[in-house]
Design a protein around this ligand. Structure first.
Ligand SMILES: [Zn+2]
Length: 233
């Protein structure tokens, strides 16, 4: 096999290596938790906090109402006991019971409101939890596929490394240096195939004389892009 064809084969190995390496980077990046997953988790945390807030408030209001009822009962018991004769004290007791009644009414309204808010928060919490479970399941499913792909890519990269090493032993040192330099300057493509007497690297038409040299296995450079020209398959 001519040196040009050997270089072309080396380029195929290098190209595949670059592509697989790039894909491996993407696969590794994709194995981090996604924004959608993080957002779904945040949503559940917020729902839990809201629910907790309203439940605490419900408890506080219930306790206050309980204390108020006990106090009102004591005052009523005293009012109707017949032991209080002083008109001023009787009137004070009546006023107090009325005030407690008004406060009770307010508290009961507030409790009702909080109970509605708790119901809303519970529904929100349930919806957020269900959404998170769905996103997590999808994510875990994708993870299994990504893990498998990562394994396959790592294996392929290992094989390609071996193949490159093997291939370079067949190529003259000067030509290898030439290839490496040219590859660096030409976006990883140092060797361009001919197609209908045209360089596939830059689409320039190559002279018949050059085409003949290329087909004879000589190292010929494209006048347009400077790449090494490789015979058409
Ligand atoms: Zn060219």
């Amino acid at each position: 096999m001519s040196q040009v064809l050997l270089l072309y084969r080396l380029q195929e190995i290098d190209t595949e290596y670059r592509e697989k390496k790039q894909r491996l980077t993407e696969v590794l990046r994709a194995q981090k938790e996604t924004d959608v997953l993080l957002a779904a988790r945040k949503q559940v945390e917020t729902a839990v906090a809201t629910l907790k807030k309203w439940r605490t408030q419900h408890k506080e209001l219930s306790l206050e109402l309980e204390g108020l009822n006990a106090k009102a009962k004591r005052s009523e018991d005293r009012l109707y006991s017949g032991n209080v004769k002083n008109p001023k004290e009787l009137s004070d007791l009546q006023n107090e019971i009325q005030a407690l009644g008004r406060r009770r009414s307010t508290l009961e309204d507030e409790l009702l409101e909080v109970m509605i808010l708790i119901e809303d928060a519970e529904a929100e919490h349930q919806a957020a939890t269900e959404a998170l479970t769905k996103v997590e399941t999808q994510w875990q499913h994708a993870q299994a596929g990504l893990k498998q792909e990562q394994k396959e890519l790592a294996l392929r990269l290992h094989v390609l490394t071996g193949q490159r090493q093997q291939q370079t032993t067949l190529i003259a040192a000067d030509n290898l240096t030439l290839y490496n330099n040219l590859s660096q300057k030409r976006g990883g493509v140092a060797v361009a195939r001919l197609k209908d007497n045209m360089c596939t690297g830059c689409r320039l038409t190559v002279s018949a004389h050059k085409v003949k040299e290329v087909n004879e296995g000589q190292l010929v450079y494209c006048g347009g892009c400077g790449r090494i020209l490789c015979p058409q398959v």
